[in-house]
Design a binder for this molecule. Structure first.
Ligand code: 1PR
Length: 520
């Protein structure tokens, strides 16, 4: 299993009504009965092989021949992060397209499950005996489920794959599949001819969280980052908008089919996140009932708590992971890290939050949240060396060029870094995904900033989440078709129930854009 997801496994087992005991020492493993059913998840699948390109000097368990390989990045974003189809290569008979679910741990042909990995085992003929299902990502077909004798392994995360994933775990725990070992059943001769890339676009619900004037932690939502009701004319700004309770809203979005949920602690720059116990509590409680990936952002940086104790960004992130987060998102600190990198003559220091967290937890666990503002210029030469793009939406003085300035502290302070610099350098530091907001578009319901998003998508190989400005279903279609981003995030329209998640998905499906169907 991936160590990052321990709380998620525990929550899934609790939800299914099972008691469990953690393995605490190597002796616990040695004392285990080798004939007992074994389930490996993600890295748990990969360890059974002889080795992995991820760490060539460390041998695997050598139970299955073959090597785990890095995905080819030339035709797709890496990590492979999101919901993709599994294609069962072992079936009961040649004629029957379907297969008996009971024999196959409820792994359903054509259902999508949540993957997050950069390395995989390519499917080859000599691994047929072990392979229950394959998945295609770009042009590559890899093994997504291994099954033989008492072994079941999935490359995807059942504990993060909604109800479809929970069903697999239940099936395994009940012992289904072991009794009807699939070895000897019909094996599709050339799965590569039948397999297809069914990687879906993700729809993400985002919850901006902060304490309101009464001291309660609430979900709020700004217009261009201003989260207070407009002033009554007295010159005093209004109350912080309250759009609901974080745990309840997250649960609602899970039930409504959100593929992922992001919490942004938007005033964390004022506080020490480790003393922000309500925020950690929100994560813990959400992960008990929400079985899709959770991202938490806000305050991921080196901090000194009110008692003068220093905590590294790695410790802060670790606390969030142990509380149920699957990814952390870094905003202000990413901008400072890039400034430091440029000041040091473009040398990686190795000690930034991005580098330390991605080294310890993997790049897929590190998201960069970008809060850019448009700066118009009348010609590229006036952009002070920044990466400029031509724009079809001229500025106030008719300027036809612009660059995007990075900000920190929730957009309160602009810095001399452009978004292109930020995302390319953060990718080199080990970030695994970009959450691309846009201050000009946030809360406007006028659609995503396609020019910004296209520019960033072209600049990096890691997945990009488009954010800010979604107002209608067609805005999602436009952003996927015109920029090819992997995911689109929205906040206001979901909170105010203006556009339900399912209606976005139906709209996309009708236009042949692949999305995950909710399996109840
Ligand atoms: O800098 O690492 O502590 O992280 C702070 C985090 O909090 C950053 O990710 C930053 O984006 C976020 N944040 C800070 N202040 C605000 C604010 O609104 N005042 N929220 C804020 C940013 C933008 C998105 C929003 C989308 C979609 N909000 O999260 O959800 O724009 O909105 P829409 O669909 O309604 O248009 P650090």
């Amino acid at each position: 299993m991936c160590g990052l997801y321990l709380l998620d496994y525990a929550n899934a087992l609790n939800r299914l009504g099972y008691e469990f005991k953690w393995v605490e020492r190597p002796e616990d493993i040695l004392a285990a009965d080798v004939r007992k059913p074994f389930m490996g998840i993600c890295v748990g699948l990969q360890t059974l092989f002889h080795g992995s390109e991820e760490n060539p000097n460390v041998p695997g368990l050598c139970i299955i021949p073959g090597t785990v390989k890095l995905f080819n990045k030339t035709d797709k974003a890496v990590p492979h992060m999101g919901w993709n189809e599994v294609f069962c290569v072992k079936r009961i008979d040649e004629v029957n397209e379907d297969y008996s679910e009971d024999n196959y741990y409820s792994i359903k042909q054509g259902t999508v499950y949540y993957f997050v990995h950069s390395y995989a085992v390519p499917f080859t003929d000599d691994l047929k005996e072990w392979t229950l299902a394959t998945t295609q990502y770009g042009k590559e077909i890899f093994i997504s489920v291994i099954q033989k004798d008492n072994i079941l392994c999935t490359q995807f995360h059942p504990e993060k794959s909604g109800y479809a994933g929970l069903r697999i775990l239940r099936s395994f725990l009940q012992g289904d599949g072991i009794v009807n070992n699939v070895s000897g059943q019909f094996i599709i001769k050339n799965p590569e001819l039948l397999s297809r890339d069914r990687f879906t676009k993700r729809i993400i619900a985002c919850l901006d969280v902060r304490t309101n004037d009464q001291g309660d932690l609430v979900v709020t939502k700004g217009d261009q980052y201003d989260v207070r009701e407009s002033s009554d004319g007295s010159g005093v700004s209004g109350q912080v908008r309250n759009l609901g309770k974080p745990v309840d809203l997250a649960r609602r979005y899970f039930d409504e089919g959100a593929d992922e949920i992001t919490f942004l602690n938007i005033t964390s720059f004022r506080n020490c996140p480790l003393t922000d116990l309500p925020m950690l509590e929100i994560l813990k409680r959400t992960s008990e009932t929400v079985f899709v990936p959770l991202t938490i952002g806000g305050g991921i940086r080196d901090v000194t708590d009110p008692d003068g104790k220093f905590h590294s960004a790695l410790e802060v992130a670790g606390e969030y992971f142990r509380s149920g987060a699957d990814k952390v998102s870094i905003g202000s600190d990413a901008v400072y890290a890039v400034e430091k990198y440029l000041a040091n003559g473009k040398k990686l220091s190795g000690d930034t939050a991005i580098e330390t967290i991605s080294r310890a937890y993997g790049s897929q666990a590190v998201v960069i949240s970008v809060d850019p503002k448009r700066v118009y210029v009348d010609s590229p030469t006036n952009a002070m060396g920044h990466h400029v793009i031509p724009t079809s939406y001229p500025g106030p003085k008719g300027e036809t060029w612009c660059w995007y300035q990075c900000t920190v502290k929730g957009g309160r302070e602009g810095r001399d870094i452009d978004v292109h610099q930020l995302v390319t350098i953060c990718e080199a530091m080990g970030a695994g995904e970009i959450l691309l907001n846009c201050m000009d578009k946030d809360g406007t319901n006028s659609g995503y900033d396609l020019e910004l998003i296209q520019d960033v998508k072209r600049a990096v190989k890691i997945p990009v989440i488009a954010s800010s400005g979604a107002g209608r279903e067609e805005h999602f279609e436009k952003v996927f078709v015109e920029t090819n981003v992997e995911a689109a995030l929205a906040a206001g329209i979901f909170h105010r129930r203006e556009v339900p998640i399912q209606s976005v998905k139906n709209y996309l499906k009708e236009r042949n854009i692949l999305v995950r169907d909710m399996v109840p």
